[in-house]
Design a protein around this ligand. Structure first.
Ligand code: ZN
Length: 438
């Protein structure tokens, strides 16, 4: 590959508030090639007007005129990663990369591509809530949860972000012919993407398939409230996708009752509209319970969708760039602890030069016990070849994101580029230089 690879690289990080939009620029000897990772938001940057995302779209178009957009990577289907793509109607990438869970022709109970590790599933088991049918039902449940929570609830933005986004998904599907979509999974290949980025080694670390993940999953404990292994708790909730259909129906009727519509539970029972004073505490308490349940459900769906994120490790010469969308601790657990090649993956990830911080800096997308200690190029400001981290976020949109402890670590032991750092007024993006080592 010597001589065929990129000679220069740069990353443009557009400030979309709480969301992602990154443009990787690779200079080849005769052409500049671009890869666009995600384009969406669930909370505009402070002070941004309603046309902000259109302005970002225009800026992207201007930049793309300097070369060729070879690929779009839509890491996962959350709105803050795909909702704004339709603002770029002229987009014409050669290739689109998406998670296997987003394949349009997938059956509802598809457990993913690839042969699997030779483990037969003893029962219908979807530990991460990944099957297409599960995801659709979970998104629908989130929609009803939004109706219950109301606009000012702390989880309202997440509930909205979880909802199905048919326009953006159809747009991505039609961006290029079906044969040039890579629907990727952990340990598989992104063959179309490889072809248009000569000299770049592409390792796909996520998302795992249901077969992969279930092969290492211990039987979930049903009474796991005191179990601190978050992924077990998740499994207990989502191992049958019928759960989501029940949740969706229950939340739909609760949302209707909440808004004063729908049929009464006991139609012939006498009812009164005005609640007597002595009964108000009960009504209040019941509404709170209902909102708490809806909020917990939104969080579970949020994590499930995050864990469908495409994780790509790009190696150019000796330089490694890691893009992990919003993948959380469960997806990383497969890549770094359970996959057959997890030792090699850990070593490769350890040599990361540029890390796009997962899930806008949340507490569980840069796992403290596995991913963070694996990074071998952390160090003080004087360290040669110090790791660069890139953070796209907006505080106050999602509870405790970015996590203060992680932010402190990123500032201390990496060269941090954040969309929240001060920059000249009117500048829509930050420029992150990438040093390519031969
Ligand atoms: Zn996100």
């Amino acid at each position: 590959m010597a001589g065929k690879g990129p000679t220069n690289a740069k990353l443009w990080v557009y400030d979309v508030g709480f969301g992602d939009c990154l443009l990787l620029e690779l200079a080849y000897p005769h052409q500049t090639r671009f890869v666009l990772f995600d384009f969406g938001t669930k909370g505009l940057p402070p002070g941004a007007g309603p046309r902000h995302m259109q302005a970002v779209a225009d800026a992207i178009e201007g930049k793309l005129a300097e070369g060729e957009l070879v690929a779009v990577v839509a890491t996962h289907r959350h709105r803050d990663h795909i909702a704004s793509f339709p603002l770029l109607p002229k987009l014409a990438p050669r290739v689109v990369v998406q998670p296997w869970t987003d394949k349009p022709s997938a059956r509802r109970d598809w457990t993913g591509p690839g042969p699997g590790p030779g483990v037969r599933l003893r029962r219908h088991h979807d530990p991460l809530g990944f099957m297409p049918g599960t995801l659709a039902a979970a998104q629908s449940a989130s929609e009803h949860a939004f109706g219950l929570l109301g606009d000012d609830h702390p989880m309202a933005a997440a509930a909205k972000n979880n909802q199905e986004n048919p326009r953006a998904r159809a747009f991505l599907e039609k961006l290029c012919p079906a044969s040039r979509h890579d629907y990727v999974f952990a340990g598989g290949r992104a063959k179309n993407l490889e072809r248009c980025l000569p000299g770049v080694k592409i390792s796909v670390l996520g998302p795992p398939t249901v077969k992969q993940y279930a092969s290492t999953l211990r039987p979930p404990k049903r009474s796991s409230a005191d179990d601190d292994e978050h992924w077990l708790w998740l499994a207990g909730l989502t191992d049958e996708w019928a759960f989501w259909h029940r949740a969706e129906r229950a939340l739909a009727s609760a949302a209707e009752a909440h808004q004063g519509r729908g049929r009464p539970l006991f139609p012939r029972a006498p009812s009164r509209r005005a609640i007597p004073p002595e009964g108000r505490w009960l009504v209040e308490r019941m509404s709170r319970e209902r909102r708490d349940a809806a909020s917990a459900l939104v969080q579970v769906v949020d994590s499930a969708l995050n864990n469908t994120s495409v994780i790509l490790l790009l190696t150019i010469g000796k330089t490694r760039l890691l893009f992990s969308g919003d993948a959380e601790v469960e997806a990383w657990k497969w890549a770094l602890c359970d996959a057959p090649d997890h030792r090699q993956t850990r070593a490769a990830v350890g040599a990361t030069d540029l890390y796009k911080v997962g899930h806008h800096g949340s507490w569980n997308a840069t796992p403290r016990g596995t991913l963070w200690p694996a990074f071998g190029k952390k160090g003080g400001p004087g360290r040669r070849g110090r790791m660069v981290s890139v953070l796209s976020t907006k505080p106050g949109t999602h509870p405790s994101v970015p996590a203060p402890a992680l932010l402190r670590e990123l500032k201390q032991s990496t060269t941090l580029y954040s969309t929240r750092a001060r920059r000249p007024k009117g500048q829509l993006c930050i420029e992150v230089p990438i040093r390519l080592r031969k």
